[in-house]
Design a protein around this ligand. Structure first.
Ligand code: S3P
Length: 188
C-alpha cells in the first residue's frame, strides 16, 4: 500500500462527529504515516481552544487561519490529515486538498446528533436545535463533500478498525483509476 501511495497525503473530510481524528490516527499508524489534525494545529498557533477563537476573532478569521494551517501541512508528504468539517467551504482550500487523496467520512444526521448531543466544544452547535443545525450545515456542504475521492459511509455499529479496513480496501482501485485518467489525458 505504501508503495502504491508513493507518499501521497490523505485528507479526511466530513461533518463534525464523523470521527476524522480517531480514524485518522489509526490510518496513519497502519500506513506508517504522520498524523495531523488541522483543529489541533490551529489551537497550537493561536494558543486558544476552537470555541474561544470563534468568540474572540469570529468565524471568518478562524477560516483564514484554517486555510493557512492547511497550506502548511499540505506541504508535507506521508501524512494523514484530519480536517475541520468546514474546510471544504473555501475554494482555495481545494487546491491543497487536491494534491492528496481525499476521503469523505459520511454519516447520517441521526447518528451525528446522537454522537454530538453532549458536545460543548463545537461553537457552531451551541444554543441551537442540534438536529436542524446539523441538517442545514449538511445541506450547505453535501455537494462539496461529494467532491472527495472516496466516500466511506459510517454506520452506527462500525468501529474505527472496521472503517480502516474499508478505507484500505478502497484506496488501490481509486489510485489505479486516477492513474488511468492521467494516462488517457496525456496520451497523444
Ligand atoms: C467546524 C468543525 C470543527 C471545527 C470548528 C468548525 C465546522 O472541526 O473546525 O468547530 O465548521 O464544521 P471537527 O469537524 O473536527 O469537529
Amino acid at each position: 500500500m505504501q508503495e502504491l501511495l508513493g507518499g501521497t497525503n490523505i485528507f479526511l473530510i466530513g461533518m463534525m462527529g464523523t470521527g476524522k481524528t480517531t480514524v485518522g490516527k489509526l490510518l496513519a499508524q497502519e500506513l506508517g504515516y504522520r498524523f495531523f489534525d488541522t483543529d489541533v494545529l490551529i489551537e497550537r498557533v493561536t494558543q486558544q481552544p476552537i470555541d474561544k477563537i470563534f468568540t474572540s476573532i469570529g468565524e471568518k478569521n478562524f477560516r483564514q487561519i484554517e486555510s493557512q494551517v492547511l497550506m502548511e501541512v499540505a506541504a508535507c508528504t506521508k501524512s494523514v490529515i484530519a480536517t475541520g468539517g468546514g474546510i471544504v467551504l473555501r475554494s482555495q482550500n481545494w487546491s491543497h486538498l487536491r494534491h492528496g487523496l481525499i476521503i469523505w467520512l459520511d454519516a447520517s444526521v441521526e447518528l451525528l446528533t446522537a454522537r454530538l448531543a453532549n458536545d460543548y466544544t463545537r461553537p457552531l452547535l451551541q444554543k441551537t436545535d442540534l438536529t436542524s443545525r446539523l441538517n442545514s450545515l449538511f445541506e450547505q456542504r453535501r455537494s462539496l463533500y461529494t467532491q472527495g475521492d472516496l466516500r466511506i459511509f459510517i454506520n452506527e455499529n462500525d468501529t474505527p478498525e472496521m472503517l480502516i479496513t474499508r478505507i484500505l480496501a478502497k484506496i488501490p482501485s481509486k489510485i489505479i483509476s486516477s492513474f488511468e485518467v492521467y494516462k488517457n489525458k496525456n496520451k497523444n
